[in-house]
Design a protein around this ligand. Sequence first.
Ligand SMILES: NC(=[NH2+])NCCC[C@H](N)C(=O)O
Ligand SMILES: [Mn+2]
Ligand SMILES: [Mn+2]
Length: 313
Amino acid sequence: MSPIKSPFLKEPQTVAIIGCPFSAGQQRLGVDKGPIHLVEAGLTDQLAELGWRVTFDGHHQFEELSVTDDPPIGKLRNPRFVSRVNESVAKVVGGHAARGELPLTLGGDHSLAMGTISGTLGTYPNACVIWIDAHTDINTPETTDSGNLHGMPVSFLLGLGAKVPEFGWIKPLLKAERLVYIGLRDIDAGEKRILRENKIKAFSMHEVDKYGIGKVVEMALDHVNPNRDLPVHLSFDIDALDPSVAPSTGTPVRGGLTFREGHYICEAVYETGLLVALDLVEVNPHLEDEFSVNKTVTVGCSLVRAALGETLL
Ligand SMILES: NC(=[NH2+])NCCC[C@H](N)C(=O)O
Ligand SMILES: [Mn+2]
Ligand SMILES: [Mn+2]
């Protein structure tokens, strides 16, 4: 029995867990401990229980890639380190995808999507990206206020904004019409302009309230995957969930997805049978109290299970 009825994955269906203890895309300590907590919570066994062959080669040791001198380039913080780590993540994710496995990247901050989505698109050039987040993470080197690269991966993938030679390895393989957002509620002014100018489809919490999550996911899939035949990369930032559901994250924004809305998205993507890669990022076990951390890690594991075939019935 295979967990997904998938036109893309090879038998025995394999999920490759890629632990990415990485935090240099933002400034709060602890998000690099996210993957360790998710794995220690038992995620590997939970996925095996769903029928997957699970591989996990230990958490990546990015220290080897660290740079002694990494001054900002313009506003961009830790640019060389972020670039190098993502280049290596792209190779790892791409390698698993090319072997017909499903890479599950555990972050770490969301700058990691530069690597994960580059890896997916290298193997599946027509893949679409479903980005679940409170934020659009589409600032360019020109529009960013914070200089934090976790707020910018999407612009690099689309090839928007000033070209930074250090990030020259990123091929702008993502097309605006193959990207859709759900859960948005904190978008910078410059980002709003980019969304408009590039006609990027986005469902904020306003649309979730108006139409309900079922309709929103259907409309999102209709946009990026009208014939339901393209591979899907699901990039899930835990801060898409309401802080009452997932408090331990670096940039919480109130008014987010409920527990069920978050799970519904994952379940609906699973049901398409088209999922080829999954990211779960921005779990920060150093933030808030022990109860909050447990809650956040537990909901993170359960979102992953939902995307990989756990059903309620
Ligand atoms: N992956 C995230 N949590 N991103 C938050 C980004 C916040 C803000 N838009 C920035 O550019 O810094
Ligand atoms: Mn976010
Ligand atoms: Mn994000």
